[in-house]
Design a protein around this ligand. Sequence first.
Ligand code: SF4
Length: 317
Amino acid sequence: MPSEKNAIYKDPGGKLNIALVYPNTYWVGMSNLGLHTVYSHLNAHPGIVCERFFLDMQLSIEHSRPLQDFHMIAFTIPYELDWINAVKILIENKIPVKRMDRKSGPIVIAGGPSITLNPEPIADSMDALFLGDGEGFAEKLHESFFDSGDMNEFLERLSSARGIYVPSFTYPKVSDDNAITSFVGPRPIISVTNPLDSPAHTAIITSETVFGDMFMIETARGCPWKCKFCSAKAVYSPYRPAPLDVVENLFDKVLGSGLKLGLVSSALNDHPKADDMYSMITRKGLKIAPPSLRIGRITDGLIELLRYSKVRGVTLA
Ligand code: SF4
């Protein structure tokens, strides 16, 4: 088992047991802020226990339990290529890949940026899909699960929440030449956490991951530039900067950890208090790892922070 700090160990008795599955390796998955965020929010609910699984760790990290032990399997899938791994994990755990072939066993759901962009390719495998931000679903999942007598009732209750796409209720009409012509059923609306008063950040610290030398903090979600080709615009709009006092409290978690501060934002310098934020970071003595930076938006304050942090290379976009 990997060496970790701040993992959550809860008694599963009497609670909704959710297996949170990242369909790639532990090394890759533990650098994904979406995984950290969903894990924290689900476990913050007193009636839910959430344990993690990865492609290379198919017993839960927390209690070495098998996937079939859980009421619900929740895939978090940022990238389309990992859909293949999600299917592989179902097969390896003897869970029928097609929703129609499952008569019992765990409920299978999925969310993440790749699902928000286009849920359709994997819709036949999922009982429900989550579109948009992942923060607000814990209570709805818990209540729908415990108040329902069967799967259909569960899905009916769940689908009343914003961001829920139930493929058995909403599905495409396909023409003879295999093109989607329209959709049948209610049109799901993407879930948006606004204001961003609880930005995503590292919840579990481990060195055994790509960004293991940093504590990541989201300073804004979305991007004000709205380039038409950009998936970040499609998935994360509207642009929501995190309040400076909230961000400062998170910065304090990095103090004394020996980790770099990984700033996460599509448009770091567009934060309305960007220069105040940079001064605050320097005052606290933190060193940063910056995200890619937009050309034309590099301020003196940012250059000074990069110099102070001894950053030797940046990605300009
Ligand atoms: S500036 Fe970058 S992140 Fe923002 S919308 Fe354009 S391409 Fe996307």
